[in-house]
Ligand binder design. Sequence first.
Ligand code: NAP
Length: 197
Amino acid sequence: MEPFMTIMVAMDENNGIGLNNILPWCLPGDWNWFLTISTNTIDPKKRNAVIFGRLSYESLLKQDRSPLKHWHTIVISSNSEAIKQQSSETSVTVVPTFERAAQYSYDMFHNADQNIENVYVLGGVQVYDQAVKLKLVKRIYLTRIFATFNCDTYWTTLDLSGFKPVKRNSNEILSTEDGQIKEENGCKYQFQIYEIA
Ligand SMILES: NC(=O)c1ccc[n+]([C@@H]2O[C@H](COP(=O)([O-])OP(=O)(O)OC[C@H]3O[C@@H](n4cnc5c(N)ncnc54)[C@H](OP(=O)(O)O)[C@@H]3O)[C@@H](O)[C@H]2O)c1
């Protein structure tokens, strides 16, 4: 498989990403960036597929179910029945391993009838790690938060050495925001985009 996945992650200065299975910060501008990029497509006939670990998926259900109708969602969990009970949406697929998620999303991405424009990897740590280690990631949207928060989940193994910072083409959604430093609730953060070197 060639690199075909895109990671989206927001991290503080210690690579913290979560606390008590929610986001440790309240940054509406970053949440809007996440929702807008992950739900939009350049081709209006297409949609995006997303891959979550079970806890990250449950975290999203608590926070905001609205993007689910836009995605084909792939959840990695050993308990598919529990996930299906929580998901009234029909376009949720549960798989037991990252490898199965990768194969499933790759097949969708390459099947023209499925109309999938992008495959986003949306956490958590093991899912991000496996995507990078298996060299399946072509782009990373990293919201770098210039502060430290109380966290219990960290992506300490993030290794950007195989990636280079880029500015996207102007036809891509929200590309004018690339690299901008924002401030909300007294907290500065930056939308950083990396692509495979
Ligand atoms: N800041 C951000 O951008 C961001 C993004 C996403 C999530 N988060 C935060 O991160 C935290 C959740 O992440 P997490 O790393 O703790 O958990 P996670 O990866 O979302 O979920 C872990 C669960 O997913 C399944 N799983 C994940 N990877 C697997 C694999 N490779 N093989 C088999 N099963 C796998 C297992 O489910 P079963 O136990 O059901 O088998 C495992 O217990 C939350 O606090 C969330 O808010 C932050």
